[in-house]
Design a binder for this molecule. Structure first.
Ligand code: PMP
Length: 363
């Protein structure tokens, strides 16, 4: 085994409903899952139908060129098809492809802390070194200077997540522009949650060759289980990335589901609208707890500082689990201590169940 792999810790994703049901002797249908920022309304019915129709063709390999999907994504995003790459293990595959495209051993990438942990997890296996910048949690904004100071001649990638996971804050377009102008490295703007914020950075693509935007079908599109992500960049960049991308990683079912969902714009619009309404409800209700601090979010989750409850996040998460509510204990996020919880926005019924159970424990 490679030295680097020997040293690595495994990535621990959010818990699944099945795991929790088994561990705590609960019925799966009684569990409220607010740990992984998914769409609580279920997939688009059109996507389900499209997958059913595709089932009979699964003896055939998937399409590898994905031209129709690239064109549909391009139309949705406001770019050309040759500016689109599709990832078959979600946006996480896109990160892996970025690693394969850009990272020689010893090169560096910049990540703010706290932010999405999978960037570092993926790139460490490419023998790349992280340079940490700062996300100011109290003010919920990127410390631009810390990013600029982290840049070096060895920087190949800079990750900027907006809205940021797990804090929910946005990065100003002017700050993104400042980073783009300060480096030749590729600046990866992760817009996994942009539909909940109503803003994006596609308008910067024609101006900056070193900009890449990464997105996913796992959030507002309701297809986390189908593992589909995409990236937008210059045609030259996308061509390089295709050289190292796994050829058949997008399954036939995922391909069909992605196309059907993008053609169901009403579902996407309704999903975003619902989660935004639900987020504002949850935010208002959480504000009423005097021992919990809740932060403004532009995504489909809220970050909570729970230190005044006298409990650690691991304890509170465990007590919620026993009562059938899954949230994200953020202790493993670099840049946060052991007193932070991230809760996804659910249906209004799920939000109420979470609030009720939380009040039982800390109210
Ligand atoms: N970026 C961010 C900020 C995320 O939160 C996630 C999902 N947790 C991803 C990327 C990856 O999404 P997926 O692999 O499900 O497409």
């Amino acid at each position: 085994v490679r030295k680097k792999v020997n040293e690595m810790e495994p990535y621990v994703p959010g818990k699944s409903i099945k795991e929790i049901a088994e561990k705590y002797g609960l019925r799966e249908e009684d569990i409220v899952k607010l740990g992984s920022n998914e769409n609580p309304l279920g997939p688009s019915p059109a996507a389900v139908r499209a997958m059913e129709e595709e089932l009979e063709s699964v003896n055939r390999y998937p399409e590898s060129g994905l031209q129709d999907l690239r064109e549909t994504v391009a139309d949705y995003s406001g770019v050309d098809a040759e500016q689109v790459i599709i990832g078959g293990d979600g946006a996480d595959e896109i990160i892996e492809v970025l690693g394969k495209t850009f990272m020689d051993p010893g090169c560096e990438f910049v990540v703010p802390m706290p932010s999405y942990m999978y960037y570092e997890y993926t790139l460490q296996s490419h023998d790349a070194r992280p340079a940490y910048a700062v996300w100011n949690v109290e003010e919920n904004r990127l410390e631009l200077d810390s990013v600029l100071e982290s840049l070096s001649d060895s920087t190949r990638l800079v990750f900027l997540c907006t809205p940021n996971n797990p804090t929910g804050g946005l990065i100003d377009k002017e700050d993104i522009r400042a980073v783009l102008e300060s480096t030749d490295a590729l600046v990866v703007v992760d817009e996994a949650y942009f539909e909940f914020a109503g803003v994006n950075n596609v308008d910067l693509l024609p101006e900056y060759e070193n900009l890449f935007i990464m997105r996913t079908f796992s959030k507002v599109m309701g297809l986390a289980g189908m593992r589909i992500g995409y990236g937008l960049g210059s045609p030259a960049l996308i061509e390089y990335m295709h050289r190292v991308k796994p050829v058949f990683s997008l399954t036939r079912l995922s391909h069909a589901a992605a196309l059907a969902t993008l053609n169901d714009r009403e579902y996407i619009r309704r999903s975003a609208e619902y989660s935004i309404k639900s987020r504002e409800f949850l935010y208002r209700e959480l504000k009423k707890f005097d021992n919990i601090r809740v932060f403004r979010s532009y995504a489909n989750y809220l970050l909570l500082d729970i230190r005044d409850t006298g409990k650690r996040a691991s304890e509170l998460a465990e007590e919620l689990l026993k009562r059938g509510v899954i949230v994200r204990d953020c202790t493993s996020f670099k840049g946060l201590d052991e007193y932070w919880i991230r809760v996804s926005v659910g249906t209004l019924r799920e939000d109420r169940k979470f609030l009720e159970v939380l009040a039982e424990i800390v109210g």
